[in-house]
Design a protein around this ligand. Structure first.
Ligand code: GAL
Length: 838
C-alpha cells in the first residue's frame, strides 16, 4: 500500500490538498467536425434573410501569426507598457496593430493553439499544478503570447454590425483592433464578444491583435496558454438577434405533446423605431418543418432590445435521451419593414429532467442514475487546444465505458464539447469557474448560461467547487445572487454546488436546488435524514489513482498500480463509492474524478510525474483497468476483463494478484490450461485470484446462465517485433480541422501485444495531413507533445494527424529501429468548408 502521509519529498501536494486531507480525516462539521460545428447555435446554414446584409458567422481560426512577448520587458513585448502613450489617444496603442507592421518574424499558425505544451518541463514545485511548464511571475519570457491576424472587410459591410467572438482564451486577454483598445477579458474560460463596427475599416485591411497573459492561473490544474478555442467574425444587419438571444425550453407530458416555449431577443441598433416580427419555425430530427409561428409584431425603440415570446405545441415529440439523442432545430427569422432582416438557428432538444428527493434523477420521467465523470479539458498531444473531433472522441470513449454524464470541472466548457454531448447523448453538469457574485463572476456565469442554455444535454448548473465559503452565511449570500442570475437566464434547470464541507446550517445548502457532495460518503445518510426535502448528487467522487499498465507502485518513476487499490485520504476506490451510490435510490448518481488523466496535480508522487493519475483513462483515452469496472456496472453489454498482463520475467513462482472485472454470473480462471478455480460474481465487485506466475497463458472464461459467453486471455509475449497502427476513422474531412487519432501498438513476432514495450516510435505523415501531436499516457514522460517521435508506454502510443484543406490520401508511417514498421492510409475527402475569414 502507498502510505498517504504528507512527506514533503513524496509529492507536490499543495496546501489545499493538506487542508482537504485534514478535513477528510477529522470529519469536521460544517462527418463530424464541420457538420457538427455547423449545426451549433447561430452557425448553421440560416434561412434566407435579405435586407440589412443578413447574418454571416465566419470562422476566424486560420492564418494567424504568433510571437511570445515578455511580462517584464516592454522592448520584448512589442512596446506594450512602454511608459505613457499606450492609451493616450484612441486608435494609437502599439506598432504591431498598424497595417504596415512587419510580422514576418512571427510564426504562422492556425487556432486553436496552446503554447504551454510547446514549453519544456521544469522540476519546480511552483509549476507542478500547471503541468510543470514555465508559466508565471518567474517566467516572464514564456507567459505572454501575441496573436496577430490581418483581414479585409468589403466596403459593402458598412452599416452592418461587425463583431468578434472568442469562445475562450487562456487568459487575461487584451484585444486591439485597428489600433484601438477594444477590451480585456479576465477569464480563461468564459466566451466573450466585442462589437467592432465603429473601429472597422470598410473596403480595406483590418488588423486584429490579441495579447494573452497566462502569468496568473484561474485554477489549480493545467489550463494551457493562448487562444485555445475558436474565434468568429460575425456580421448582421442592424436589427438582429443578439448573441445567444434565443431560449427554447419545453414542458413534456409523458406520452403526450410538448409545449415548446421560445423567447427571442431582438436588438434594434438603429436611430429609429423599428416594427419587428419574429417568425419561428421548428424543424424535427428528420429535417421536416413541423410548425411555423409568427409572433405579434412589436415596435422596438431606437438602440433597444425587446423579447418576443411564443409557445408552440409539438404533438408527438421525439425526445432527447442518452440512448437516442434526438435534436430539433429552431429557425428564427426577424422581419422588419416587410422584409426578413435576420435569421438565427438554434439546435435544441425536447426532454424533461428532474431531481427527486427519494428517487434521485429522472430523464423523460424515467429514473436514471447519473453515471458520470468529472473532467478537465486537456488531452494528449494538443494540451488545451482540442480540435473539435477530439471532443467527440472523448465523449465516445466515455459512453463506451457506460457513462451517461459529465461534469465540466471546474469551468465553463468549450461549445463543441456541449455539442458532442447533445449529439452523442451524454448529460452534463455544467460548472462555472467559482463561487463569485462580483460583476466579473456574475458576468462569467451569465455568459456560460446564455451560451449553453439551449442544449438538452445540460441537466444542472454548478456554481462552484469546494469553495472555502461554502458553509458560511456569506457563502449563502453569494450563492443566492448567483442563483438569481442563473434563474433570470434559465428558469428551467436546478443549481447545485460541489461541496466538500459545510453542508447544512446557514451555508450554501439553504440556497441550492440540489445538494452536491464531493467525497465524504460517510456523511451522506445523516445529511439525507436531516434534509429529507433536498435532492442529492455526488458532484465529485472517487479520485482513485492508477497508471495504465502498471501493477506495482514505483515512487521513483511516479507510477501507481492499476488495481482498484489506491486513493488519497479524501477519496475512495471505484468499487467503494459506486457500490455506495448504487445502493441508495435517493442519490441521483455521481461524477467520478476523473474520466481522463490531465496535466498537473501529479498525485501521489511529484516530479518526475507531471500528470494526474486520477483518470479512468489515461491522457490518450487508453483505458486503465478500472474502465472495465465501470463498463461492467454502468454499461449494458457483457464484460469480462482480465488483468494484469502476463509478462513477469523474473517473478516465476511468485504470487501475482489476478483480477477480473465482469458482470457475468461466474468466472473460471486457468493458468496454462489448469483451472485456478471458479468464482461467482457479486454485483459491483471485482474477482480476485492469487496465481503463482509461470509464463504462458492466463485465461478467464465467463458464464451466464450456465453457458460460457466470453473468454479473455493474456499471454506472455516474445520480444517487441513490429508496430500495429490503427486509426479511429479511415475517412476524414479535408477541411484543415478534422483529425485522426492513431494508436500504435507494439506486438511480438506472433502479433501478440507486448505490454511492457517502450520503443521510441517516429511518425511520418505524407499527403493531405500533418502530425499535430503525440502522446503515450505516461504520467512521467517529458518528451514534447509536438515532437515527431515518442516512446511507447506499456506498449501503446498515440499520434494525432490533422487534415489539410486539400482532398488527398494521407499516409501515416510509424517506425522504430529493429521493429517492422507500420503504415496506415487515410482518405481525406472534400467537404463543404465552414465559412471562414479569408
Ligand atoms: C478535489 C478537487 C479536484 C481535484 C481532486 C483531486 O477535491 O475538487 O479539483 O483536485 O480533489 O482528488
Amino acid at each position: 500500500m502507498i502510505m498517504w502521509t504528507y512527506r514533503p519529498e513524496m509529492s507536490d501536494f499543495t496546501r489545499r490538498d493538506l487542508l482537504k486531507s485534514s478535513i477528510a480525516a477529522s470529519a469536521v462539521a460544517a462527418e463530424q467536425t464541420s457538420a457538427a460545428a455547423q449545426s451549433r447555435q447561430g452557425n448553421a446554414a440560416p434561412p434566407a434573410a435579405s435586407a440589412g446584409g443578413g447574418r454571416e458567422r465566419l470562422l476566424l481560426d486560420f492564418g494567424w501569426r504568433f510571437h511570445l512577448g515578455h511580462a517584464n520587458d516592454p522592448a520584448q513585448d512589442f512596446g506594450w507598457g512602454n511608459g505613457g502613450g499606450t492609451f493616450a489617444k484612441s486608435g494609437n496603442t502599439v506598432p504591431a496593430a498598424r497595417p504596415n507592421f512587419d510580422d514576418s518574424g512571427w510564426r504562422k499558425l492556425d487556432l486553436p493553439h496552446d503554447w504551454a505544451i510547446e514549453l519544456p518541463f521544469e522540476n519546480n514545485r511552483a509549476l507542478t499544478d500547471h503541468g510543470s511548464h514555465p508559466l508565471g511571475r518567474n517566467f516572464p519570457a514564456t507567459s505572454i503570447g501575441w496573436y496577430r491576424r490581418v483581414f479585409d472587410l468589403p466596403a459593402s459591410d458598412l452599416g452592418r454590425r461587425i463583431a468578434l467572438e472568442f469562445d475562450g482564451v487562456y487568459r487575461n486577454s487584451i484585444v486591439i483592433f485597428n489600433g484601438h483598445y477594444i477590451g480585456d477579458n479576465f477569464s480563461g474560460y468564459a466566451p466573450f464578444r466585442y462589437d467592432v463596427s465603429d473601429q472597422a475599416n470598410y473596403g480595406s485591411r483590418n488588423v486584429l491583435l490579441v495579447r494573452v497573459d497566462a502569468t496568473l492561473g484561474d485554477g489549480w490544474f493545467y489550463e494551457g496558454a493562448g487562444i485555445y478555442r475558436h474565434v468568429w467574425l460575425t456580421k448582421t444587419g442592424p436589427v438582429h438577434v443578439p448573441q445567444w438571444g434565443t431560449f427554447v425550453r419545453s414542458t413534456v407530458r409523458p406520452g403526450g405533446p410538448a409545449a415548446v416555449r421560445i423567447s427571442t431577443e431582438v436588438d434594434n441598433e438603429t436611430a429609429g423605431v423599428r416594427n419587428c416580427r419574429v417568425v419561428s419555425r421548428i424543424v424535427d430530427p428528420a429535417g421536416k418543418a413541423i410548425a411555423t409561428v409568427a409572433a405579434t409584431p412589436m415596435a422596438i425603440p431606437a438602440w433597444s432590445r425587446r423579447e418576443f415570446d411564443q409557445t408552440i405545441q409539438v404533438s408527438s415529440p421525439a425526445l432527447w435521451s442518452v440512448e437516442d439523442p434526438k435534436l430539433y432545430r429552431l429557425e428564427t427569422t426577424v422581419e422588419s419593414g416587410g422584409a426578413a432582416v435576420d435569421s438565427y438557428v438554434t439546435p435544441f432538444g425536447i426532454r424533461s429532467a428532474r431531481f427527486d428527493v427519494d428517487k434521485g434523477f429522472f430523464l423523460n420521467e424515467k429514473p436514471v442514475k447519473l453515471k458520470g465523470t468529472c473532467n478537465h479539458q486537456d488531452f494528449a498531444g494538443v494540451g488545451a487546444a482540442l480540435p473539435d473531433r477530439i471532443q467527440y472522441y472523448r465523449v465516445e470513449r466515455l459512453k463506451d465505458m457506460g457513462s451517461n454524464s459529465i461534469r465540466t470541472s471546474h469551468n465553463p466548457p468549450t461549445p463543441e464539447l456541449v455539442d458532442a454531448c447533445d449529439q452523442l447523448g451524454l448529460m452534463m453538469m455544467c460548472e462555472t469557474r467559482m463561487m463569485d457574485s462580483t460583476p466579473e463572476g456574475l458576468s462569467q456565469l451569465e455568459r456560460m448560461v446564455r451560451c449553453h442554455r439551449n442544449h438538452p444535454s445540460i441537466v444542472i448548473w454548478s456554481i462552484g467547487n469546494e469553495e472555502p465559503e461554502q458553509g458560511t452565511e456569506r457563502g449563502a449570500r453569494i450563492e443566492a445572487t448567483m442563483k438569481r442570475v442563473v434563474k433570470a437566464n434559465d428558469d428551467s434547470r436546478p443549481i447545485t454546488q460541489a461541496m466538500n464541507n459545510g453542508w447544512g446550517g446557514n451555508g450554501a445548502t439553504k440556497v441550492q436546488d440540489v445538494q452536491g457532495f464531493n467525497y465524504n460518503e460517510g456523511r451522506i445518510d445523516q445529511f439525507h435524514k436531516d434534509y429529507p426535502a433536498l435532492p442529492m448528487v455526488g458532484t465529485e467522487t472517487a479520485s482513485t489513482v492508477a497508471t495504465r499498465g502498471i501493477y506495482f507502485n514505483d515512487r521513483e518513476k511516479g507510477y501507481v498500480r492499476a488495481y482498484d487499490l489506491e486513493h488519497p485520504p479524501w477519496a475512495a476506490l471505484a468499487e467503494v463509492w459506486w457500490k455506495f451510490y448504487d445502493e441508495r435510490p435517493f442519490l441521483a448518481g455521481g461524477f467520478a474524478w476523473t474520466g481522463f488523466d490531465y496535466r498537473g496535480e501529479p498525485t501521489p508522487y511529484g516530479w518526475p510525474c507531471i500528470n494526474s493519475h486520477f483518470g479512468i483513462m489515461d491522457m490518450c483515452g487508453f483505458p486503465k483497468d478500472n474502465f472495465y469496472y465501470y463498463q461492467a456496472w454502468w454499461g449494458s453489454k457483457p464484460v469480462l476483463h482480465l488483468f494484469p498482463h502476463w509478462n513477469w520475467e523474473g517473478k516465476e513462482g511468485q504470487e501475482i494478484a489476478v483480477w477480473v472485472h465482469s458482470n457475468l454470473d461466474r468466472v473460471e480462471l486457468f493458468l496454462n490450461g489448469q483451472s485456478q478455480g471458479a468464482q461467482d460474481v457479486t454485483r459491483n465487485t471485482h474477482l480476485e485470484w492469487k496465481v503463482k506466475y509461470a509464463p504462458g497463458t492466463i485465461e478467464a472464461k465467463g458464464y451466464k446462465g450456465g453457458q460460457q459467453v466470453l473468454a479473455a486471455k493474456r499471454e506472455t509475449s516474445g520480444p517487441a517485433a513490429k508496430i500495429v497502427l490503427r486509426a479511429d476513422r479511415p475517412r476524414l474531412s479535408a477541411n484543415g480541422e478534422d483529425v485522426a487519432l492513431l494508436t500504435a501498438q507494439i506486438v511480438d513476432a506472433q502479433g501478440r501485444e507486448v505490454p511492457i514495450a517502450d520503443n521510441e516510435l517516429t511518425f511520418q505523415v505524407t499527403g493531405g495531413g500533418r502530425l499535430i501531436g503525440l502522446g503515450n499516457g505516461d504520467p512521467s514522460c517529458h518528451e514534447m507533445d509536438t515532437a515527431a517521435s515518442r516512446r511507447a508506454f506499456n506498449g501503446l502510443c498515440m499520434a494525432i494527424v490533422q487534415t489539410s484543406k486539400s482532398a488527398d490520401e494521407i499516409q501515416v508511417q510509424a517506425s522504430s529501429p529493429g521493429l517492422e514498421q507500420a503504415v496506415v492510409s487515410l482518405t481525406s475527402a472534400a467537404v463543404p468548408l465552414r465559412p471562414s475569414v479569408p
